[in-house]
Design a protein. Sequence first.
Length: 217
Amino acid sequence: MKDSEQRIPRVPKEARRQAILDAALTCFASKGFAETTMEDIRKLSGASTGSIYHHFSNKELLAQALYLEGRASLNAALVASIAERTPHEGIKALVHAYLRWFEYHPDLGQYLMQAGESEYLSAYIKVLRQKTKTTPPTEKLSTHVLQWLAPFISDGSIIRLPESLYIPLIIGPSREFVRIWLRTRQPETIQEARDPLAQAAWLVLASPRSNTNDNVQ
């Protein structure tokens, strides 16, 4: 076979797309969305001009895709953490998983935290929240958590509350902690916070009976 006929190995399509997303995150974190250009992202990702525009026709769509990827990654970690666990173990695992995800993905985590306040994503997120009302239940984090909690609420292990309160009570304090932690990003600080925040979430939701049993054990 002649040299001109030899095929140059190609990067798999999904790997190329991920490289573009990773490069976009790096650029957004270092330069900001407004100052980042598609050419900046293309150079850092190693993609060709045709390839980057094949995946994302403009910077705004790329930013939206990055947000969706981040949310999906975080939600998957949270859903996996509670599988086949007791209520106390599950709530602890949920809080630990939330904090661990941000520890391992600080740039992406900060991107998600700031997305709702950004000019280029806030309107998009509002649309997503409207669409969530028609999203299949199996795709919602809250549905997975509530389905896991349901038998424990029924047997009295977890106190009965309006469904909309469970996620904020479990994750809310950790979310506020992460907002502050992202300013320094010291691993030992977030690691030390796991157990206290997990225990606080448990104490808020556990029935008096469950707390008594834990103290006895």
